[in-house]
Design a protein around this ligand. Sequence first.
Ligand SMILES: Nc1ncnc2c1ncn2[C@@H]1O[C@H](COP(=O)(O)OP(=O)(O)OP(=O)(O)O)[C@@H](O)[C@H]1O
Ligand SMILES: Nc1ncnc2c1ncn2[C@@H]1O[C@H](COP(=O)(O)OP(=O)(O)OP(=O)(O)O)[C@@H](O)[C@H]1O
Ligand SMILES: [Mg+2]
Ligand SMILES: [Mg+2]
Lengths: 255, 255
Amino acid sequence: MTRTIVVANQKGGVGKTTSVANLGAALSLLGHQVLLIDLDPQAALTASFGIDPYSISTGTPQLLMRDRFPLSRSLVPVGPGRRIGLMPASLSLAAAEVQIAFLPDRTTRLQQALQRNLVPFDYILIDTPPSLGLLTLNGLVAAREVLIPVQCHYLAMRGVRGLIETIWRVKRKLNPDLSLLGLFATMYDPYSRHSVEVIAELRSVFKTKVFNVIIPENVRFAEVPVAGKTLVEYMPEHEGARAYWQLAEVIASHG
Amino acid sequence: MTRTIVVANQKGGVGKTTSVANLGAALSLLGHQVLLIDLDPQAALTASFGIDPYSISTGTPQLLMRDRFPLSRSLVPVGPGRRIGLMPASLSLAAAEVQIAFLPDRTTRLQQALQRNLVPFDYILIDTPPSLGLLTLNGLVAAREVLIPVQCHYLAMRGVRGLIETIWRVKRKLNPDLSLLGLFATMYDPYSRHSVEVIAELRSVFKTKVFNVIIPENVRFAEVPVAGKTLVEYMPEHEGARAYWQLAEVIASHG
Ligand SMILES: Nc1ncnc2c1ncn2[C@@H]1O[C@H](COP(=O)(O)OP(=O)(O)OP(=O)(O)O)[C@@H](O)[C@H]1O
Ligand SMILES: Nc1ncnc2c1ncn2[C@@H]1O[C@H](COP(=O)(O)OP(=O)(O)OP(=O)(O)O)[C@@H](O)[C@H]1O
Ligand SMILES: [Mg+2]
Ligand SMILES: [Mg+2]
């Protein structure tokens, strides 16, 4: 049974793209078949695998707009041993969002595309833009599980309540199968009291829904996308990579 | 003559809100009359001054939706000596964005509201969400100058080209007065080669449009919003605060 997980948080810069890329790489190296979908018009996930979004002719925009678009036609092999399938974003994804807004089934375009294509993957991970607009909504409707990265900063923490409210609304009205897989802390700085306080607050509010695994703040995460690689693949023993390995193992055993 | 500056970058988490708050505080302490406008449905600017967005009854959403809404009615005094006027965001701003999308003058709602209200301010700073949607577009049309914070990370740098293209499109089609005030680097880590390389790349591409002032990475920026304060006010001698002082002085002398 394919597990479809959407990584979402409307707060910007909290590690959504980095998490989809590194979790995808770790799950693939653990032997799972992985599909990554880039639903962000900025195409950061696509770029972080070294692909120039300006060079993409078909990808997520076509998948959303055309009724019979075969997924396999524009999958790009990426990641360790190029065993991951990436559905890339191109710059026309912003225009596609505007176009699908006029369709009666505008919130279920991605869900239908995935159902139509009978994807042979164990995991589908979906990266979303920093908003709660139609693209993120398509991700929340297409997925059965939501994973929420939370940067260890006060301003990032305060948006989580609104996001959880949105998830329950989507579950009630659009996707009854949707459930919260969990929240996890990113960009944790062990020397900063602030990080420690934010995590304590998260745990006191969301309790068991907060994964024990914490992703440390480390500049290597910012560097590796230049090489079109993930930290998990590039420096598998690095503390940041090991954290995503652990998170992948916990998620895989969660299923 | 009032200077209206919109702070924009569709990449998330690059320091837009932090910059509007700290620049606003510094300009106010330099003796200027400052109005801050929160155009982000997340209301991070509002929250960073200690105001609970759930408690706001009228603010930016009403300013955009109602034709004769007086600006002065919902301004909240904030910042050093409470001399800054803040037009707060409330949680209904996301709904307001959807509603104004159906209006013929949807891109000029904020511009008209500011013209109608004959604002007695020296500076109007506008915070925008991490997207190039209708709210950010309203900010780009209402302003005469655009200021772009760029985090010193590869993934943040790659989106600047698309943003500049959008600014020229807005200038051609909607707001001929719009000009690029400049770009500045944020979250700079002097010990990381990556930060140094990103800045060098920015300067080689955008040349004199990149301010010399660099905002350092410092956890204090993440901490002070908990107290509803800006770093400029809370720790004026701190290196992060001093960087925003310098940026404010350079901007004020730019006019
Ligand atoms: N644990 C980490 N430590 C340090 N830097 C990180 C970490 N994780 C991600 N980064 C870097 O921080 C920046 C923000 O991360 P990322 O782009 O993955 O966040 P995002 O939530 O996808 O952003 P957006 O909201 O713009 O889509 C990127 O430059 C990334 O390389
Ligand atoms: N120079 C800095 N050093 C360290 N942390 C910073 C710095 N500037 C801002 N921050 C923190 O980083 C996070 C992102 O900054 P901020 O929220 O201002 O960015 P933004 O671009 O407005 O984000 P969004 O795209 O979500 O609106 C915040 O938690 C903020 O407190
Ligand atoms: Mg992203
Ligand atoms: Mg912001």
